[in-house]
Design a protein around this ligand. Structure first.
Ligand code: MN
Length: 242
């Protein structure tokens, strides 16, 4: 089978303590790397660039893009001043993510956004976020699990007639490590999964370049052998192969 190249948008870790306090480190959690490789892709890490004109060149030759999780998105990027629940953000990472999404769209490269990655897709196309579920979401339940990362934590209901529904079925349990979520869905997208409390857990683009966003971490579940999440990674690879 032809090997495909999958770019994984990286993050910046500000190192605390040690020999080099304050140094910026480019990184992705290794679970993403393993899932891409196990689903037939060659993972390529995409570090945050400062010159966004270079992003298109960075993406050339890739067959798919993974947007990994990370810090909160700067609320001013979706037109809101920060409220009390807004957490740590790094604007340079967010601008890079938005540039990656636009470049992927221009180059027709399928995108799979995870956690912050899904939120970034929504913001890139004009959607908004809840800055903090506890403050802004009506009757929002707990979405920050204390359980180990691979453990499913809450239920989601999935639209039957969607990419996600075809892979996972109509009801599934997922892990949950977020305090923000999609509020206003971007034009051209639809909600394809919701949590028990109505929190948006997945979005898909209606037409054009394939774009899927999920609020949970399928890489953490697949990494420990979860069958359906492993299938989700395989099906994304399949999309990238076309
Ligand atoms: Mn959740």
């Amino acid at each position: 089978m032809k090997k495909i190249k999958i770019g994984i948008a990286a993050n910046i870790l500000i190192v605390e303590g040690g020999m080099l306090p304050g140094i910026y480190r480019s990184y992705v959690n290794h679970d993403y790397v393993e899932c891409v490789e196990k689903s037939g892709g060659i993972p390529i890490l995409l570090p945050v660039l400062s010159d966004l004109d270079n992003v298109k060149s960075q993406l050339k030759g890739l067959d798919g893009i993974i947007l990994s999780g990370g810090y909160d998105i700067d609320s001013t990027l979706y037109g809101e001043e920060p409220t009390a629940g807004q957490g740590f953000s790094m604007r340079e990472i967010d601008l890079f993510y938005l540039a990656v999404i636009r470049a992927a769209d221009a180059l027709s490269i399928p995108v799979f956004g995870i956690c912050k990655g899904m939120q970034a897709i929504n913001v890139a196309f004009g959607g908004t976020l809840f800055q903090d579920l506890k403050i802004q979401g009506k009757n929002a339940g707990q979405h920050l699990q204390q359980a180990p990362r691979q453990n499913a934590f809450h239920h989601i209901e999935i639209e039957k007639d969607s990419f996600l529904g075809k892979v996972l079925g109509e009801r599934e349990m997922v892990n949950s490590f977020h305090h923000q979520s999609v509020k206003g869905i971007a034009p051209g997208f639809r909600v394809t999964a919701k949590a028990f409390d109505g929190v948006i857990e997945a979005i898909e683009r209606n037409e054009g370049t394939f774009m899927l966003g999920v609020q949970w971490h399928p890489e953490m579940m697949a990494r420990f052998g979860h069958e359906k999440m492993t299938m989700l990674w395989k099906q994304f690879s399949h999309k990238c192969r076309k």
